[in-house]
Design a protein. Structure first.
Lengths: 218, 216, 218, 216
């Protein structure tokens, strides 16, 4: 599957988790794809942590406003009924439990529901930005990522080996191959992407999986 | 998403024994209509969090006078004899808290913090029973978050997404209390369409607001 | 001297402490008199802690705005260039050291520069309101009060007997009889009001006073 | 009271070795003109406090690329290779701080607090060496205030009393940093008479601002 197709599969599936009226923060990169697949009849508000609630889609070429960007530095628009605020209030919203759903990318996620997404020691240290606050404060956290890294190694592990983003648990892991819920018993495989079998997912996943009795396909 | 309800419906959401933050100061910027309905309903044993207990016949003082309140966290009761009398008669429990501290405690709850360190109150009765923490050679009091079941706030105008703007000094504690309760209800003079309040001017983003009530 | 005259004497003298550009908080009651005596050529900004910088004089009758009051509950106006903010930011301004001068009334002040102004146990407990933050955070604190209470007892003591407002020191005590600076050595009598002698002030003051070598009269 | 000065004068106030908070995020809402003058002057050994180190040729990244910075407190350096390279070569000391924590630390300094308790960073490398404080059975990290000698902020418009309003997401860290430095300098697109910014609309009251610089 092409990277672009994977993004679409993941984005579409995560979008099914959106509820009408949700306040949502989409991380940088892959998670932004979610905004393109909002189910009909569902209205959600997108926050960008630099300081806007009600972020709209990217502007058409030539209509960019140099003072209107999202947390990834991309140009955005503002919906009718948007609001601007300082970044400190923006993180008060996040840490204070006022965001219904955060969707983040990750380098690794593990069977305890921990994730690592901000540095590879000795190699790449972009910094945590707002990720630690988002995972700590959001009511629900979804990790949206490719199932394996570029070398084909599973990104879903028994234990994250990279520095953690938070000790708080993510709730759901969505990849282009599977939907996995983090439960108190471990990782529960609930859904498998069309074109894959349960065995495919098990074989490309390092972490131990509990298999749901009612696997569905997406 | 924010819902528009009547003042009576708003008051009915609150059960006896629950805690309420009341925005407003000296009856300016108070959710008057909802307070009147609470009086009407007679909801009792309320825990009140408010900057000052206003006047005996105005603002939150109405509920104190009507003996619907069992405990109060506030910074000032000097304008309301009913509060002072009920306190002296042990009918009501009053925690007096420095105003700046009270507001930081409320903000802490809204912002997901475990509290703040403040120099205010050190060396006074306010410090009694509290943890003193030294930071870089200076002492501070640890003040914990204060949240509530409900925040009843008052704004000038709301749009249909719950974005709020305030009028002059009627802003006071309202924007902070809006962040710190399980359910926030805003009584407003006017409700307009989304987009009619410029995004730059919004003081309280709708994410903090659950219900809107139009002032009578 | 009538109460009204005392207020004027105190207010006028405190006003001499104002510097051009100062951000000033005047407490409830007596200290508000200061605003009536601002020296010519001096522009100061008055904060009221409920949430305004740039408070102006009381409105004319009939021109009151029900949503525009000061911390004492009195109707005020706003100068051109005023700003409104929430009370939490207002106390951030105060506690954060951004107010140049606070003028407060007091029940007692003592030779250590401590003051008591918020309760008389068993008698009157209005609450501290914003006083504790103001004394803790302001760059300079002036106590403006009558020299003696209604029974003629000195309000300036060796040690405050009432519950303290803060352990921080006030800088200056101004009464209708004297100007007393709080120094590390104790209370320094610097000025005496016209109509009084140094001996008058000493005899009506319980606290020990150091007498300046250059007493002036106001 | 606020003074209007040139960008060159503003930059000249800052000496080598001093600490500066820079408002702005990814070069949006940055005090560009003053940053250019700082580059021109070559002031060195600066301690930088900023949300992100922007780009190599834009925003505060200009000063990093020009090797004028010796230490940085920030939450993100991923968009600026110069920062990463200088960090790897030990030319520059970088403290990576979660963004929400960094902003609360700056707010604490501006608000006269001794710090805040936050759950963010618990159980991660961020917690190393920090005091863990339990409040009502939950653990929090004690995070101390961060202040600076200067805050260089950017606003859309100022009045002559230094009251500021911001444009869209160019607001970002500017209002918080404006409160937390010994000297705050605001670069603005426009300076108007007192009263021309409605009192309700002011985001940063002039009490926080020492100097105004008109953007080139």
């Amino acid at each position: 599957m092409e990277v672009i197709d994977k993004r679409v599969v993941i984005g579409k599936r995560v979008a099914q988790e959106l509820k009408d009226g949700d306040y949502v923060n989409l991380g940088i990169g892959l998670p932004t794809e979610v905004a393109n697949h909002i189910p009909e009849g569902v209205r959600v508000f997108f926050q960008s942590e630099n300081g806007i609630m009600g972020a709209g889609p990217a502007p058409t070429e030539g209509a960019e406003d140099e003072n209107l960007i999202n947390a990834g530095g991309g140009f955005i628009t503002a919906i009718k009924g948007a609001s601007y605020f300082d970044t400190c209030l923006s993180f008060a919203i996040i840490r204070g439990g006022h965001i219904d759903l955060t969707v983040l990318g990750a380098l690794q996620a593990d069977q305890c529901g921990k994730l690592a997404n901000w540095m590879i020691p000795g190699k790449m240290i972009p910094g945590m930005g707002g990720a630690m606050d988002l995972v700590t404060g959001s009511r629900k956290v979804i990790v949206a990522m490719e199932h394996c890294d570029r070398r084909g190694n599973s990104k879903i592990l028994d234990n994250c080996s990279l520095p953690l983003t938070a000790k708080n648990k993510v709730n759901l892991i969505v990849t282009e191959r599977a939907v996995i819920e983090v439960t108190s018993d471990g990782l529960l495989l609930k859904e498998v992407a069309k074109g894959y079998t349960v065995e495919d997912v098990i074989s490309c996943t390092d972490a131990k999986l509990i298999i749901s009795e009612n696997i569905s396909y997406f | 998403m924010v819902k528009i309800i009547s003042a009576k419906e708003a008051a009915s959401l609150i059960k006896s024994g629950e805690s309420i933050m009341f925005g407003g100061f000296l009856a300016v910027g108070s959710a008057e209509t909802i307070i009147e309905e609470l009086k009407e309903l007679g909801t009792s044993d309320l825990e009140m969090i408010v900057i000052a207990t206003d006047y005996e016949d105005k603002g939150v003082g109405i509920l104190v006078s009507n003996k619907q309140v069992s405990s109060i966290k506030t910074s000032h009761i000097g304008t309301n004899k009913a509060t002072q009398n009920q306190m002296n008669n042990n009918e009501i429990k009053v925690d007096l808290i420095p105003q700046g501290t009270l507001l930081e405690q409320i903000r802490s709850a809204g912002a997901g913090l475990g509290g703040v360190l403040t120099p205010t109150g050190l060396g006074t009765v306010v410090a009694e029973g509290k943890q003193v923490i030294e930071v870089d050679g200076k002492e501070f009091l640890l003040e914990k978050p204060i949240s509530a079941d409900f925040a009843l706030i008052r704004a000038k105008k709301a749009d249909k997404y719950g974005n709020l703007v305030y009028d002059k000094t009627a802003r006071n504690s309202n924007p902070i209390m809006a962040t710190a309760a399980k359910i926030t209800i805003a009584e407003v003079d006017e409700i307009v369409e989304a987009g009619e309040i410029p995004a730059e001017d919004v003081v309280t983003p709708g994410v903090f607001v659950d219900y809107l009530v139009l002032k009578k």
